[in-house]
Each structure stands twice: as C-alpha cells, then as structure tokens.
Design a protein around this ligand. Structure first.
Ligand code: SF4
Length: 240
C-alpha cells in the first residue's frame, strides 16, 4: 500500500477501479487506514454529511473533521452541529471562519446582499466566506472527503468516488457518490443520526440562510440554492 504522501493525480483512475463497487463504509475505512489524520472531512451538516460523520465515527475515527462557518448559516445548522458535537464527542470539529478583514471590507463596500446582484458578486462572497477558509483548512491535509452524490444536480453527474482537486492539489474522496437520496434517509433513520431540521421543512440542500430556500415537490433538489441563478452556475467554488 502506498503512503499518504505518495498519492498524486496519476493514481485517480486506478483508485476508482480499486474502489468501484465498494460500500461507503469500505471506502471510508480504506481512507482512514491509508491517510489517518492526514485526510480531512468537510462537514456541512447536510443529510449526506451527517451520514458520513456517523460512518467515520464507526470505522475511521482518526479522520479529522472541519466545517466552514460562513457567518450566514441558519440556526438549525448550528443546532445540528451542536448535536453532532455531543454525539461524537471523541471527534473534535475544527470550525473555520472567513478572514475578518475581507468580510468587513466586502460588507462595507457592497452591503449585506451583494450576492444577489450578479453571479460574480455571489462568487466573490462564496470565495471569501467558503473557498478561502476551505483552502486554509486543507493546507495541512493530504486528501479530503465530502458527501457529494452524483444525482444531486446537473453539476455533479460526472462525480467519481476519487477525484483530483486541482485547486488544492490533493485527492478528494466522495464515498457516497453512488448513493440515492433514499439511501441517505434510510441510513439516518436506521442509525438514529442527528440531522438538520430544515430537511423536514422542504430543504433538501442547505447552505447559507440567505442563499437557500425550501423547494416544491418535483423540483430539482438543488433548486433551493441560489434560486435566482441558472442551474449550471450553482456551485460555490468548493466543488468544481
Ligand atoms: S452561499 Fe451566499 S451568503 Fe454563503 S458564502 Fe455564498 S453567496 Fe455568501
């Protein structure tokens, strides 16, 4: 087996072949054994992420966990964070905040809702509140893990279990890539995992409070994120 430091972009295809058909639990266990604390899990406390947190606690507790507090989250998100913190108290959660000076100058120059004015302004806000803190969180990691699923949106149909994150120069693992929405909710119920109560109010995908809303039955599950933009733009820069 390779050392954590030896994995590069050239290994992605082979790793996907090796992990194809494996369960999420097997992929997470492999990640824990291969990378230990050198892999970090980005937990946004959405349904997929609370599942992954539970799997990590059971089979790979050395994996480090972090979250991005953008300063614009819903109360319900802080509540589930706190429930998760208590339930898996052996696993510390590193909370990343945006750089104070950048938020202060953004709000001073453009106000509190600049992200509604244009896609560029929205990306600027996501860059300050999400992408830069993510970069900082990953600066001491060899790989990271996410709860991305292939059928979440038009921007995610090509997602693989293992990808190369060009921006951060490390491997990115998506153990739930093959899961359906039903798989996620069956797991949550069966294992009694704490989840964000907004999911019960029609929010399948939860981000910052001003950029997320409930959807109507039959709408795309990412339709409530940045609903004023076209679907192909709907990524915050964390996932390309
Ligand atoms: S989701 Fe909205 S509030 Fe949150 S960082 Fe992006 S633009 Fe800013």
């Amino acid at each position: 087996m390779k050392q954590a430091t030896q994995y590069t972009e050239a290994d992605v295809k082979e790793l996907n072949d090796q992990l194809r058909g494996k369960s999420a639990e097997e992929i997470v266990r492999w990640a824990g054994e291969t990378f230990g604390p050198e892999i970090k899990f980005a937990n946004s406390f959405g349904a997929e992420d609370v599942v992954l947190q539970d799997v990590i606690a059971k089979v790979a507790p050395a994996v480090r966990v972090f979250t991005l507090d953008t300063g614009r989250l819903n109360d319900e998100t802080y509540e589930v964070m706190e429930s998760v913190r208590f339930k898996y108290s052996d696993i510390p959660i590193q909370v990343m905040f945006p750089e104070r000076e950048k938020v202060e100058s953004l709000v001073r120059e453009k106000g509190f809702y600049s992200f509604r004015d244009s896609v560029d302004n929205r990306r600027e806000c996501c860059a300050i509140r999400k992408v830069e803190p993510l970069k900082r969180a990953l600066a001491d990691a060899r790989a990271w893990m996410t709860g991305l699923r292939r059928d979440q949106s038009v921007t995610r149909t090509d997602t693989e279990a293992v990808e190369w994150d060009e921006g951060n120069g490390i491997l990115k693992l998506n153990p739930l890539v093959e899961w359906t929405n039903d798989d996620v909710w069956n797991y949550i119920k069966q294992h009694n995992v704490p989840y964000n109560r907004l999911h019960d109010q029609g929010y399948p995908s939860i981000g910052c409070a001003p950029c997320t809303r409930a959807i109507k039955p039959g709408e795309d599950i990412r339709a409530g994120r940045w609903w004023w933009e076209n679907p192909e733009y709907k990524e915050c820069g964390l996932h390309h």
